[in-house]
Ligand binder design. Structure first.
Ligand SMILES: [Zn+2]
Ligand SMILES: [Zn+2]
Length: 70
């Protein structure tokens, strides 16, 4: 069971992907969401830094990596 980490929200789901989809309703102003956790930011550079430091993310120049696919 995955519970929404947003304070005051009681949303829960059995599927992690559903939680991520739900969590986006809390992050309208933060369109850059980490695909590996629920970190969200309004700044793409901040997201990249987060992914590098937290998940060992290595940016690739592959065109297919230009947009986050969940
Ligand atoms: Zn929620
Ligand atoms: Zn993350």
């Amino acid at each position: 069971m995955y519970a929404c980490p947003d304070p005051g929200c009681l949303h829960k789901t059995f599927q992690r992907s559903n939680l991520i989809t739900h969590y986006r309703t809390h992050t309208h102003e933060k369109p850059n969401i980490c695909p590996d956790c629920l970190f969200a930011t309004g700044d793409p550079a901040t997201l990249t830094l987060h992914r590098k430091s937290r998940h060992g993310y290595v940016p690739r120049l592959d065109q297919t990596q230009g947009r986050t696919v969940l």
